[in-house]
Design a protein around this ligand. Structure first.
Ligand code: PGA
Length: 264
């Protein structure tokens, strides 16, 4: 099955651990000012590092050009967990999205599917939309295990949710070999995996929910390849790393999302 082709797209910028406060302020302001000139169907969110979240939530409230998202949250509710930030704190600050299970967190911070499932629970309890990342390594793709790997990641992190909870989640397919490498999945590779993911959602939650679920592509998405990627029937937008750090590139990607929505 394919998604509803009239559905608007979603583009999320993941700033990772980049930018000074001044740079962040300038970037968030320029994106807001540029998007103010458009009458966008595409939904946009920006995920800055924690210390800049208030800056982004304030601009998000003021301009309504984008929403604010976080890059991580704690699996715990509250208490003696030095250095952690809870889902409730994010909700209190007006944060709408939170990335969960990015491959960098799985790799450098050893986050397991079990811990990620708990983070997703905390977020859904607090009405923050989890953007759940999945994706295979190059070796896994070369050995033909990519579908199996992605199915396991989604089953163990996300598919325990009830229908009502699942409806307020976003999935991001990010092949690890394409993140920050300049090597993008071909539109065919992206579509093949997105279609597979949608079929898993359909099996678990039914046709209507599968149809409405946002499945984003991430991994070296840029203004040059965005139109082709977003033209695929099961690609509902993008999770953008490097290219979200430049206002011009990020806005071009948003325009690609907009163009492909009206073309479909
Ligand atoms: P990239 O990162 O666009 O720089 O490849 C994407 C991501 O990690 O979310």
């Amino acid at each position: 099955m394919s998604k509803n082709t009239a559905k608007s797209k979603l583009v999320i910028g993941n700033w990772k651990m980049n930018l000074s406060f001044d740079e962040a302020e300038e970037l968030a302001t320029s994106i807001q000012e540029t998007l103010a000139d458009f009458n966008l169907q595409t939904e946009v969110a920006i995920c800055p590092p924690f210390p800049y979240l208030e800056l982004v939530t304030d601009l998000a409230d003021e301009g309504e050009a984008y929403s604010a998202g976080a890059q991580n949250c704690s699996q715990f509710n509250n208490g003696a967990y030095t250095g952690e930030v809870s889902a409730k704190m994010l909700a209190d600050m007006g944060v709408d999205f939170c990335i969960v299970g990015h491959s960098e967190r799985r790799k450098y911070f050893k986050e397991s599917n079990e811990v990620l499932a708990e983070k997703i629970d905390r977020l859904t309890e607090n009405q923050v939309i989890p953007v759940v990342c999945c994706g295979e390594t190059l070796e896994e793709r070369k050995s033909g295990k990519h579908f199996e790997v992605v199915e396991k990641q989604l089953t163990e992190t996300l598919f325990h949710l009830s229908k009502n909870e699942f409806e307020h989640t976003v999935i991001a397919y990010e092949p690890i070999w394409a993140i920050g490498t300049g090597e993008t999945a071909t539109p065919e590779q992206a579509e093949e995996m997105h279609k597979f993911i949608r079929s898993l959602v359909e099996k678990k939650y039914g046709t209507e929910i599968a149809y409405n679920t946002y499945i984003l592509y991430g991994g070296s998405c840029n203004p040059k390849n965005a139109v082709e990627l977003f033209s695929q029937p099961d690609v509902d937008g993008g999770l953008i790393g490097g290219a979200s750090l430049k206002c011009g590139d990020f806005v071009d990607i948003i325009e690609a999302a907009e163009t492909t929505t009206s073309e479909n």
